[in-house]
Design a protein around this ligand. Structure first.
Ligand code: TXA
Ligand code: MG
Length: 330
Protein backbone atom coordinates (compact mmCIF):
# COMPACT_ATOMS: atom_id res chain seq x y z
CA UNK A 1 0.00 0.00 0.00
CA UNK A 2 1.28 3.46 -0.89
CA UNK A 3 0.84 6.39 1.47
CA UNK A 4 -1.49 9.17 0.37
CA UNK A 5 1.49 11.52 -0.06
CA UNK A 6 3.19 9.12 -2.46
CA UNK A 7 -0.12 8.50 -4.22
CA UNK A 8 -0.60 12.16 -4.95
CA UNK A 9 3.02 12.42 -6.17
CA UNK A 10 2.32 9.46 -8.46
CA UNK A 11 -0.71 11.20 -9.96
CA UNK A 12 1.26 14.37 -10.46
CA UNK A 13 3.98 12.33 -12.19
CA UNK A 14 1.42 10.62 -14.42
CA UNK A 15 0.05 14.01 -15.44
CA UNK A 16 3.52 15.28 -16.40
CA UNK A 17 4.13 12.14 -18.43
CA UNK A 18 0.81 12.45 -20.27
CA UNK A 19 1.69 16.05 -21.14
CA UNK A 20 4.89 14.90 -22.87
CA UNK A 21 7.24 15.55 -19.94
CA UNK A 22 9.93 13.42 -18.29
CA UNK A 23 9.71 11.84 -14.84
CA UNK A 24 12.42 9.99 -12.92
CA UNK A 25 11.05 7.07 -10.92
CA UNK A 26 12.35 4.23 -8.74
CA UNK A 27 12.39 0.59 -9.79
CA UNK A 28 13.78 -2.40 -7.89
CA UNK A 29 17.01 -2.18 -9.93
CA UNK A 30 17.94 1.49 -10.50
CA UNK A 31 16.01 4.73 -11.08
CA UNK A 32 14.61 5.21 -14.58
CA UNK A 33 14.08 8.38 -16.60
CA UNK A 34 10.64 7.90 -18.14
CA UNK A 35 8.60 9.24 -21.05
CA UNK A 36 5.39 8.10 -22.73
CA UNK A 37 6.64 5.29 -25.00
CA UNK A 38 4.11 6.22 -27.71
CA UNK A 39 5.30 9.85 -27.85
CA UNK A 40 8.46 10.10 -29.96
CA UNK A 41 9.11 13.77 -29.13
CA UNK A 42 8.98 12.97 -25.40
CA UNK A 43 11.30 9.99 -25.82
CA UNK A 44 13.71 12.11 -27.87
CA UNK A 45 14.01 14.42 -24.84
CA UNK A 46 15.36 11.52 -22.78
CA UNK A 47 18.24 11.07 -25.23
CA UNK A 48 18.92 14.78 -25.17
CA UNK A 49 19.10 15.26 -21.39
CA UNK A 50 21.12 12.07 -20.87
CA UNK A 51 23.48 12.77 -23.75
CA UNK A 52 22.68 9.26 -24.93
CA UNK A 53 23.63 8.05 -28.43
CA UNK A 54 20.46 7.79 -30.54
CA UNK A 55 21.24 4.21 -31.60
CA UNK A 56 21.14 2.91 -28.01
CA UNK A 57 17.54 1.74 -27.47
CA UNK A 58 15.63 2.15 -24.21
CA UNK A 59 13.51 -0.32 -22.24
CA UNK A 60 9.71 -0.06 -22.23
CA UNK A 61 8.13 -0.59 -18.81
CA UNK A 62 4.66 -2.08 -18.27
CA UNK A 63 2.48 -2.27 -15.16
CA UNK A 64 1.39 -5.80 -16.02
CA UNK A 65 2.15 -8.67 -18.39
CA UNK A 66 -1.40 -8.16 -19.70
CA UNK A 67 -0.24 -5.05 -21.57
CA UNK A 68 2.46 -6.85 -23.55
CA UNK A 69 0.35 -6.83 -26.73
CA UNK A 70 0.49 -3.02 -26.77
CA UNK A 71 4.27 -3.01 -27.29
CA UNK A 72 5.18 -6.36 -28.90
CA UNK A 73 3.96 -7.56 -32.30
CA UNK A 74 4.14 -11.16 -31.11
CA UNK A 75 5.38 -13.01 -28.04
CA UNK A 76 7.45 -16.16 -28.58
CA UNK A 77 6.48 -18.99 -26.19
CA UNK A 78 9.86 -18.86 -24.44
CA UNK A 79 9.27 -15.18 -23.69
CA UNK A 80 5.83 -15.89 -22.33
CA UNK A 81 7.30 -18.51 -20.03
CA UNK A 82 10.08 -16.21 -18.78
CA UNK A 83 7.60 -13.40 -18.19
CA UNK A 84 5.28 -15.68 -16.24
CA UNK A 85 8.10 -16.83 -13.97
CA UNK A 86 10.11 -13.62 -13.50
CA UNK A 87 7.71 -10.69 -13.88
CA UNK A 88 7.40 -8.45 -12.06
CA UNK A 89 11.18 -8.47 -11.70
CA UNK A 90 14.61 -7.47 -13.01
CA UNK A 91 14.32 -9.27 -16.35
CA UNK A 92 13.98 -7.48 -19.69
CA UNK A 93 12.77 -9.38 -22.76
CA UNK A 94 13.66 -8.36 -26.31
CA UNK A 95 10.64 -9.02 -28.54
CA UNK A 96 9.39 -8.10 -32.03
CA UNK A 97 8.44 -4.41 -31.98
CA UNK A 98 4.77 -3.40 -32.23
CA UNK A 99 4.29 -0.76 -34.98
CA UNK A 100 2.85 1.66 -32.36
CA UNK A 101 6.27 1.81 -30.66
CA UNK A 102 8.23 4.59 -32.40
CA UNK A 103 11.68 3.81 -33.75
CA UNK A 104 13.30 6.41 -31.50
CA UNK A 105 12.51 4.05 -28.57
CA UNK A 106 14.26 1.10 -30.20
CA UNK A 107 17.19 2.94 -31.76
CA UNK A 108 15.84 2.05 -35.19
CA UNK A 109 15.60 -1.69 -34.44
CA UNK A 110 12.58 -3.82 -35.24
CA UNK A 111 12.73 -5.29 -31.73
CA UNK A 112 11.66 -3.76 -28.44
CA UNK A 113 12.96 -4.42 -24.91
CA UNK A 114 10.19 -4.80 -22.31
CA UNK A 115 9.89 -5.39 -18.60
CA UNK A 116 7.48 -5.19 -15.64
CA UNK A 117 9.35 -3.70 -12.67
CA UNK A 118 8.94 -5.21 -9.20
CA UNK A 119 8.31 -1.91 -7.46
CA UNK A 120 5.01 -0.61 -6.10
CA UNK A 121 5.67 3.05 -6.96
CA UNK A 122 6.87 2.18 -10.46
CA UNK A 123 3.80 0.09 -11.24
CA UNK A 124 1.38 2.59 -9.68
CA UNK A 125 3.00 5.29 -11.83
CA UNK A 126 2.79 3.28 -15.06
CA UNK A 127 -0.82 2.33 -14.32
CA UNK A 128 -1.79 5.94 -13.55
CA UNK A 129 -0.08 7.16 -16.72
CA UNK A 130 -2.12 4.64 -18.72
CA UNK A 131 0.68 4.15 -21.27
CA UNK A 132 3.86 2.05 -21.45
CA UNK A 133 6.84 4.05 -20.17
CA UNK A 134 10.11 4.17 -22.09
CA UNK A 135 12.95 4.59 -19.61
CA UNK A 136 16.70 4.14 -19.53
CA UNK A 137 18.58 4.46 -16.25
CA UNK A 138 18.28 8.04 -14.93
CA UNK A 139 21.95 9.00 -15.11
CA UNK A 140 24.04 11.13 -17.45
CA UNK A 141 25.28 8.77 -20.17
CA UNK A 142 28.51 7.09 -19.05
CA UNK A 143 28.02 7.71 -15.32
CA UNK A 144 27.10 5.02 -12.77
CA UNK A 145 23.37 4.27 -12.69
CA UNK A 146 21.38 5.99 -9.92
CA UNK A 147 20.24 3.96 -6.92
CA UNK A 148 18.81 6.93 -4.95
CA UNK A 149 16.76 10.00 -5.86
CA UNK A 150 19.76 12.11 -4.79
CA UNK A 151 21.89 10.49 -7.52
CA UNK A 152 19.30 11.56 -10.11
CA UNK A 153 19.21 15.12 -8.74
CA UNK A 154 23.01 15.22 -8.74
CA UNK A 155 23.22 14.27 -12.43
CA UNK A 156 20.37 16.39 -13.81
CA UNK A 157 19.47 19.14 -11.34
CA UNK A 158 16.70 21.27 -12.82
CA UNK A 159 16.81 19.47 -16.16
CA UNK A 160 14.73 16.70 -14.59
CA UNK A 161 12.64 18.58 -12.04
CA UNK A 162 10.29 15.74 -11.13
CA UNK A 163 11.74 12.74 -9.30
CA UNK A 164 9.54 10.20 -7.54
CA UNK A 165 11.53 9.26 -4.45
CA UNK A 166 11.36 5.60 -3.47
CA UNK A 167 14.48 5.52 -1.33
CA UNK A 168 17.44 3.26 -2.08
CA UNK A 169 16.80 0.62 -4.74
CA UNK A 170 16.76 -3.03 -3.65
CA UNK A 171 18.72 -4.81 -6.41
CA UNK A 172 21.20 -2.07 -7.30
CA UNK A 173 22.27 -3.39 -10.72
CA UNK A 174 20.09 -3.20 -13.82
CA UNK A 175 17.81 -5.88 -15.21
CA UNK A 176 19.10 -8.87 -17.14
CA UNK A 177 18.36 -8.41 -20.86
CA UNK A 178 17.37 -11.56 -22.80
CA UNK A 179 16.91 -11.55 -26.57
CA UNK A 180 13.88 -13.79 -27.15
CA UNK A 181 13.99 -13.25 -30.92
CA UNK A 182 17.30 -15.15 -31.07
CA UNK A 183 17.58 -18.92 -31.23
CA UNK A 184 18.74 -19.97 -28.69
CA UNK A 185 17.53 -17.16 -26.38
CA UNK A 186 20.53 -15.01 -25.54
CA UNK A 187 21.50 -12.99 -22.48
CA UNK A 188 22.63 -9.64 -23.89
CA UNK A 189 23.31 -8.04 -20.51
CA UNK A 190 23.88 -9.71 -17.14
CA UNK A 191 21.78 -8.27 -14.34
CA UNK A 192 19.45 -8.85 -11.43
CA UNK A 193 18.28 -12.33 -12.53
CA UNK A 194 21.28 -14.62 -12.85
CA UNK A 195 22.19 -16.91 -15.73
CA UNK A 196 22.00 -19.89 -13.35
CA UNK A 197 18.42 -18.98 -12.40
CA UNK A 198 17.32 -18.42 -16.01
CA UNK A 199 18.87 -21.72 -17.10
CA UNK A 200 16.60 -23.60 -14.71
CA UNK A 201 13.60 -22.29 -16.69
CA UNK A 202 15.14 -22.17 -20.18
CA UNK A 203 17.95 -24.77 -20.31
CA UNK A 204 19.01 -23.70 -23.83
CA UNK A 205 19.72 -20.07 -22.87
CA UNK A 206 23.21 -18.75 -23.69
CA UNK A 207 25.25 -15.68 -22.75
CA UNK A 208 26.15 -13.38 -25.65
CA UNK A 209 29.73 -13.60 -26.80
CA UNK A 210 31.64 -10.65 -28.23
CA UNK A 211 30.41 -11.44 -31.73
CA UNK A 212 26.74 -11.56 -30.75
CA UNK A 213 26.79 -8.70 -28.25
CA UNK A 214 26.49 -6.09 -31.02
CA UNK A 215 22.79 -6.92 -30.71
CA UNK A 216 22.74 -5.03 -27.42
CA UNK A 217 23.86 -1.63 -28.62
CA UNK A 218 24.29 -0.38 -25.04
CA UNK A 219 27.26 -2.66 -24.48
CA UNK A 220 29.31 -0.73 -27.06
CA UNK A 221 29.66 2.39 -24.96
CA UNK A 222 31.71 3.33 -21.92
CA UNK A 223 29.59 3.02 -18.79
CA UNK A 224 29.39 3.34 -15.05
CA UNK A 225 32.63 5.28 -14.88
CA UNK A 226 33.73 7.38 -11.93
CA UNK A 227 35.88 10.42 -12.79
CA UNK A 228 39.18 8.77 -11.86
CA UNK A 229 40.40 5.89 -14.06
CA UNK A 230 39.52 2.51 -12.57
CA UNK A 231 41.38 -0.75 -12.94
CA UNK A 232 40.53 -4.27 -11.89
CA UNK A 233 42.88 -6.70 -10.17
CA UNK A 234 44.14 -9.72 -12.11
CA UNK A 235 43.51 -12.17 -9.28
CA UNK A 236 40.36 -12.70 -7.27
CA UNK A 237 41.63 -14.77 -4.41
CA UNK A 238 42.56 -13.56 -0.97
CA UNK A 239 46.25 -12.97 -0.38
CA UNK A 240 47.27 -12.64 -4.05
CA UNK A 241 44.67 -9.96 -4.59
CA UNK A 242 45.53 -8.09 -1.42
CA UNK A 243 49.22 -7.99 -2.29
CA UNK A 244 48.46 -6.98 -5.87
CA UNK A 245 46.45 -4.00 -4.60
CA UNK A 246 49.06 -3.14 -1.98
CA UNK A 247 51.76 -3.10 -4.67
CA UNK A 248 49.59 -0.83 -6.77
CA UNK A 249 49.13 1.62 -3.89
CA UNK A 250 52.88 1.54 -3.19
CA UNK A 251 53.75 2.08 -6.86
CA UNK A 252 51.57 5.23 -6.95
CA UNK A 253 52.77 6.83 -3.70
CA UNK A 254 52.64 10.32 -5.21
CA UNK A 255 48.96 9.96 -6.10
CA UNK A 256 45.72 9.52 -4.23
CA UNK A 257 44.68 5.90 -4.79
CA UNK A 258 41.16 4.72 -4.02
CA UNK A 259 40.39 1.03 -3.39
CA UNK A 260 37.02 -0.54 -4.11
CA UNK A 261 37.08 -3.39 -1.63
CA UNK A 262 35.02 -5.94 0.26
CA UNK A 263 34.65 -6.06 4.04
CA UNK A 264 36.97 -9.06 4.28
CA UNK A 265 40.01 -7.28 2.82
CA UNK A 266 39.30 -3.57 3.34
CA UNK A 267 41.24 -3.32 6.66
CA UNK A 268 44.42 -4.71 5.06
CA UNK A 269 45.23 -1.91 2.60
CA UNK A 270 47.88 0.56 3.82
CA UNK A 271 48.42 4.05 2.48
CA UNK A 272 45.32 4.31 0.27
CA UNK A 273 43.63 7.71 0.09
CA UNK A 274 40.23 6.03 0.35
CA UNK A 275 39.00 2.48 0.85
CA UNK A 276 35.33 1.97 0.01
CA UNK A 277 33.89 -1.37 1.12
CA UNK A 278 30.95 -2.82 -0.82
CA UNK A 279 29.98 -5.45 1.72
CA UNK A 280 30.89 -9.02 2.52
CA UNK A 281 32.01 -11.51 -0.13
CA UNK A 282 29.58 -13.93 1.49
CA UNK A 283 26.72 -11.67 0.37
CA UNK A 284 27.36 -10.62 -3.23
CA UNK A 285 23.75 -9.39 -3.51
CA UNK A 286 24.57 -6.76 -0.89
CA UNK A 287 27.75 -5.84 -2.80
CA UNK A 288 25.71 -5.41 -6.00
CA UNK A 289 23.22 -3.20 -4.14
CA UNK A 290 26.02 -0.83 -3.10
CA UNK A 291 28.14 -0.90 -6.26
CA UNK A 292 26.93 2.22 -8.08
CA UNK A 293 26.70 4.35 -4.93
CA UNK A 294 30.27 3.29 -4.10
CA UNK A 295 31.52 4.25 -7.58
CA UNK A 296 29.87 7.64 -7.14
CA UNK A 297 31.49 8.09 -3.70
CA UNK A 298 34.93 8.15 -5.29
CA UNK A 299 33.90 11.27 -7.23
CA UNK A 300 33.48 13.11 -3.92
CA UNK A 301 36.80 11.88 -2.54
CA UNK A 302 39.16 13.49 -4.98
CA UNK A 303 41.13 10.34 -5.86
CA UNK A 304 43.48 10.16 -8.88
CA UNK A 305 43.03 6.47 -9.60
CA UNK A 306 40.96 3.55 -8.37
CA UNK A 307 41.80 -0.13 -8.11
CA UNK A 308 38.92 -2.56 -7.63
CA UNK A 309 38.85 -6.08 -6.20
CA UNK A 310 37.75 -8.71 -8.68
CA UNK A 311 34.83 -11.13 -8.18
CA UNK A 312 34.15 -14.65 -9.40
CA UNK A 313 31.68 -14.55 -12.26
CA UNK A 314 29.06 -16.83 -10.78
CA UNK A 315 25.55 -15.83 -9.79
CA UNK A 316 25.18 -12.09 -9.31
CA UNK A 317 29.01 -11.91 -9.47
CA UNK A 318 28.64 -11.97 -13.27
CA UNK A 319 26.64 -8.72 -13.24
CA UNK A 320 29.04 -7.14 -10.73
CA UNK A 321 32.03 -8.01 -12.90
CA UNK A 322 30.31 -6.79 -16.07
CA UNK A 323 29.71 -3.37 -14.50
CA UNK A 324 33.24 -3.17 -13.08
CA UNK A 325 34.81 -4.17 -16.38
CA UNK A 326 32.86 -1.49 -18.20
CA UNK A 327 33.70 1.09 -15.55
CA UNK A 328 37.34 0.18 -16.20
CA UNK A 329 37.15 0.72 -19.99
CA UNK A 330 38.36 3.92 -21.52
O1 TXA B 1 16.94 -2.31 -14.71
C1 TXA B 1 16.89 -1.73 -15.80
O2 TXA B 1 16.91 -2.34 -16.87
C2 TXA B 1 16.80 -0.19 -15.77
C3 TXA B 1 15.47 0.21 -15.14
C4 TXA B 1 15.24 1.69 -15.21
O3 TXA B 1 14.44 -0.50 -15.75
N1 TXA B 1 16.91 0.33 -17.09
C5 TXA B 1 18.08 0.34 -17.78
O4 TXA B 1 18.01 0.94 -19.01
O5 TXA B 1 19.11 -0.14 -17.37
P1 TXA B 1 19.28 1.33 -19.89
O6 TXA B 1 18.75 2.12 -21.01
O7 TXA B 1 20.29 1.95 -19.05
O8 TXA B 1 19.75 -0.04 -20.48
C6 TXA B 1 18.98 -0.69 -21.46
C7 TXA B 1 19.77 -1.81 -22.09
C8 TXA B 1 20.87 -1.27 -22.98
O9 TXA B 1 22.00 -2.11 -22.87
C9 TXA B 1 20.22 -1.38 -24.36
O10 TXA B 1 21.16 -1.47 -25.38
C10 TXA B 1 19.40 -2.64 -24.22
O11 TXA B 1 18.89 -2.59 -22.90
N2 TXA B 1 18.28 -2.68 -25.18
C11 TXA B 1 17.18 -1.89 -25.20
N3 TXA B 1 16.40 -2.19 -26.25
C12 TXA B 1 17.00 -3.19 -26.92
C13 TXA B 1 16.69 -3.94 -28.09
N4 TXA B 1 15.60 -3.70 -28.81
N5 TXA B 1 17.57 -4.90 -28.46
C14 TXA B 1 18.68 -5.15 -27.75
N6 TXA B 1 19.03 -4.48 -26.64
C15 TXA B 1 18.21 -3.51 -26.21
MG1 MG C 1 21.99 2.80 -18.33
Amino acid sequence: MLSSIIRSRVYEAAHILQSGGLVAFPTETVYGLGANAFNSAAVAKIFEVKGRPMDNPVIVHLASIRDIGRVARSVPSIARKLARVFWPGPLTLVLPRHPDIPLVVTGGLDTVAVRVPDHLIARAFIRAAGVPIAAPSANISGKPSPTTAAHVAHDFGDRVPFVLDGGRTRVGVESTVVDCTADPPTILRQGGITYETLRRVVPTIVVATHTTSHKSPGTRYRHYAPRAPLMLTMSHNGDDMVSEIQQYIDAHRAERVGVLATNEYAPRYRGAAAVVALGSRRNLRACARRLFAALREFDTMDVDRIIAERFLEVGIGAALMDRLRRAAQG
